[in-house]
Design a protein around this ligand. Structure first.
Ligand code: ZN
Length: 275
């Protein structure tokens, strides 16, 4: 058993190029859209829609579906090797809905219900699919409590006739800040029992992969950058010697080392779990 495909999150789209990261990456549209000449991907990657930042800052989507789809087509054609792209979904964390300050970040708050976030998430998936049936945009299940997620599975069926149990991949929303917790496991197991088994865990890192990696098809995380910056970790000795930077928040060798550590930590637990 090999465990889920892990995609390294990065703010640096240039890492997609040949001779750079060489591992699967997770890159946000927010970062890619400023490039006139796009990088050419040397490894498979997935495109994040940047929804968390969008809702945090504005409490709504300021990027329209037509605009988003046009950019995704460019990424698919010019960057290449795009495995899939996230929809413009609506996260359901209480802080996203109610607003306030969390981890030093100000959230505007959408002031909508979980049910409305789910309805908008499903409606956006329908819109993107109608605009671009040619693009590999994945549906995302949103919610907060376990039963919310199951209701969201129903909503894809009742609103669109989409059966998530047959989709090649389904994103699991609103878990990144609790990816290592028992709750995340409860939600993942409920979705598996429901037949939704090919899941991508947004923001799953070491703890989440150790605990729940066997229930995921893929996962991404950019936690390495926060670790290097917010925790004021000193730069790698080789970066200090070369006078490269004070911390490694945007450093490829550091990110690759972190990735190797995550994969190594996650491996024994996955091997120990019966399929
Ligand atoms: Zn460095």
């Amino acid at each position: 058993m090999t465990g889920p495909l892990f995609m390294l999150g990065t703010h640096q789209p240039g890492w997609l190029n040949r001779g750079r990261a060489g591992v699967p990456l997770f890159v946000s549209d927010r970062r890619l859209r400023v490039y006139k000449t796009l990088p050419r991907a040397a490894a498979p990657w997935a495109c994040d829609s940047g929804g968390f930042t969008e809702l945090q800052k504005y409490g709504r989507w300021t990027v329209g579906p037509i605009e988003y789809v046009a950019r995704l087509r460019r990424y698919r054609d010019e960057t290449g090797r795009m495995l899939w792209a996230a929809p413009q979904d609506w996260m359901c964390e209480p802080i996203v809905i109610n607003g306030g300050v969390a981890a030093g970040q100000w959230f505007v708050g959408t002031r909508l219900s979980v049910a409305e976030h789910q309805r908008r998430t499903v409606a956006n998936f329908a819109q993107l699919r109608d605009l671009a049936p040619d693009l590999p945009i994945v549906p995302v299940v949103q919610g907060w409590e376990r039963d919310d997620y199951l209701r969201c599975v129903d909503l894809y069926w009742s609103m669109l006739g989409v059966d998530l149990t047959t989709m090649p991949l389904v994103g699991l929303g609103s878990v990144c800040r609790r990816q290592g917790t028992r709750e995340a496991g409860v939600i993942l197991r409920a979705l598996h029992i429901r037949g939704v088994r090919r899941l991508h865990g947004f923001g799953f890192k070491t703890l989440g992969l150790i605990e729940h990696g066997h229930l995921l098809t893929s996962a991404d995380s950019m936690a390495w950058s926060d670790v290097a910056r917010k925790l004021r970790r000193p730069a790698l000795p080789e970066c200090v010697r070369a006078g490269r930077h004070k911390n490694c928040a945007n450093c490829l060798p550091y990110a690759l080392r972190w990735r190797a550590g995550v994969l190594a930590a996650a491996r024994p637990a996955q091997n120990g779990v019966a399929a």
